[in-house]
Design a protein around this ligand. Structure first.
Ligand code: PEP
Length: 258
């Protein structure tokens, strides 16, 4: 019943050393195979720490209909004197198909600005990495009733200067910061309200046809028990899952939502 192919994405954050990552991705792939997961119907991807990507690459068969994987961040630069940063070129060589951009933890802890995220988006596109752009408001903004304006401003700033043709692989993840890792889930109506507003903004910036093709995810304490109700929103096309993606069986259940 989905117009767009749903995406269930797992953000491992700074968890899982390379041995644990191999075990987790192997168990996840097996669990999904056992459950006869139809990757054509629901795309599944994982975002391990960068140091795990090589291990994940060796385990994930690179055919289009299997698990996808990507990085949690990338540099806005291609190469050079940027100690500690990771180039999109390296991620592309490691077989990544996606990259998270502007996760709230990057915005908060690392002070990533909308301008920097706009450049990171450009870097992702240079290396054919589908950008999963994270947007969303904190508790104060939500309580002030400004969550829609705030989130749409983040979206517009990140997309500044790009054409619809450049953004065909864009995924937008709406993650209310107050619902991340807190056990507080935005209600299905809240997720739908924002997803609809994001799609309307994309239609305004580009066109309705373009907006209708872009996948919009919800993220914030998604579990197997609440995923189905969240995905009932007509504009919600999947989930970005943090904590629950560290348990292969639980994450597989989320991907198998009915
Ligand atoms: C996230 O960090 O992207 C996230 C949604 O985390 P959690 O599912 O743990 O709330």
């Amino acid at each position: 019943q989905f117009v767009r192919r749903p995406l269930i994405a797992g953000n491992w954050k700074m968890n899982m050393d390379h041995m644990q990552a191999i075990a987790l991705v192997q168990k996840l792939a097996w669990t999904l195979t056992d459950a006869e997961h139809d990757y054509e119907r629901v795309q599944v991807s994982v975002f391990p720490p960068s140091t795990d990507l090589r291990g994940v690459q060796t385990l994930v068969v690179g055919d289009k209909l299997s698990l996808d994987y990507g990085a949690q961040d990338l540099s806005d630069q291609d190469s050079g004197a940027y100690t500690g940063d990771i180039s999109g070129a390296f991620l592309q060589k490691l077989g990544c198909s996606q990259v998270l951009i502007g996760h709230s933890e990057r915005r908060e802890i690392h002070g990533e600005t909308d301008e920097l995220l706009n450049r990171k988006l450009a870097a992702a596109l240079r290396y054919e990495l589908a950008p999963v752009l994270c947007v969303g408001e904190g508790l104060q903004v939500r309580e002030a009733g400004q969550h829609v304006e705030h989130t749409l401003a983040q979206l517009e700033a990140a997309l500044q200067g790009f054409s619809a043709e450049q953004l065909t692989d864009l995924v937008v993840a709406y993650e209310p910061v107050w619902a991340i890792g807190t056990g507080k889930v935005a209600g299905p109506e809240d997720a739908q309200e924002m997803a609809q507003a994001i799609r309307a903004k994309l239609a305004e910036l580009y066109s309705q046809d373009f907006a209708d093709t872009i996948r919009i995810l919800y993220g914030g304490s998604v579990k197997s028990g609440n995923v189905a109700s969240i995905l009932q929103g007509a504009d919600v096309d999947g989930a970005l899952v943090g904590g629950a993606s560290l348990d292969a069986e639980e994450f597989a259940k989320i991907a198998q939502f009915e």
